[in-house]
Ligand binder design. Sequence first.
Ligand code: NAD
Length: 257
Amino acid sequence: MGIAGKTAIVTGSTSGIGLGIAEALAAAGAHVVLNSFTDTPQDHALAAAMAGRHAVRVRYIRADMSRGDDCRALVEQAGACDILVNNAGIQHVAPIPGFPAAKWDAILAINLTSAFHTTAMALPVMRKSGWGRIVNIASAHGLTASPFKSAYVAAKHGLVGLTKVTALETAGEGITCNAVCPGYVLTPLVEAQIPEQMALHGMDRETVLREVMLQRQPSRQFATTEQLGGTVTFLCSDSAAQITGTTISIDGGWTAL
Ligand code: NAD
């Protein structure tokens, strides 16, 4: 079947990992739906530039992934959905007693519940064609924990669980569902955590990068958005047709420790 000509929806794809995955799928010939919660000329320009680079159709659709009705409308408005990459995610770092309840709710909604809504909409579409690929962007924090990241770790573990259930419910139907678990990738999401980590640990930027973030990553190197894009493209290929319900770590050895 191949990826060329398929339609891929990538949630949260105006920056970082989502953008890297969208770029890789477009390069493999997929038509792409980019998404975020904004609706600016830059969002649409990003889509037009990607379409031009790869001679595929790229549309930008605004949907706030913290809202169930927006998640469902995204898949409906896309008009097709062969590949679904649930990537949108946010982070907040604080000890549990002071963790803002509103942040907990937002992280669970965007990082976990959004994937339930998009998957619920995508499966009937994929079943009609007898082919589908769902890739959930979890995290090393979907398999292990760190202090001060209660909501994120809970949501990502939940996303790994949802991945397994989706795989079991679709087994043998030409549809696969897997989770990709990156360690640290230097994206705007990680940049935003550096000041919080500096304050929490009383360290400067370089020390936080080396001693806190990459301390868990034996390679002491960040993973890249290109590596994420390549892995997702592989999971969408025919070679990966029997890979389902599993996790692939891209974490420089973090989860081997
Ligand atoms: P990022 O902040 O660079 O990008 C996140 C994207 O999600 C952006 O396009 C943003 O606009 C979008 N987004 C945020 N809130 C949204 C909402 N309510 N509705 C729709 N879109 C929304 O982050 P990133 O580092 O590229 O992270 C992408 C995913 O990868 C997240 O799920 C994150 O948890 C996961 N991840 C990242 C790392 C890392 O080190 N960067 C590691 C493991 C997992």
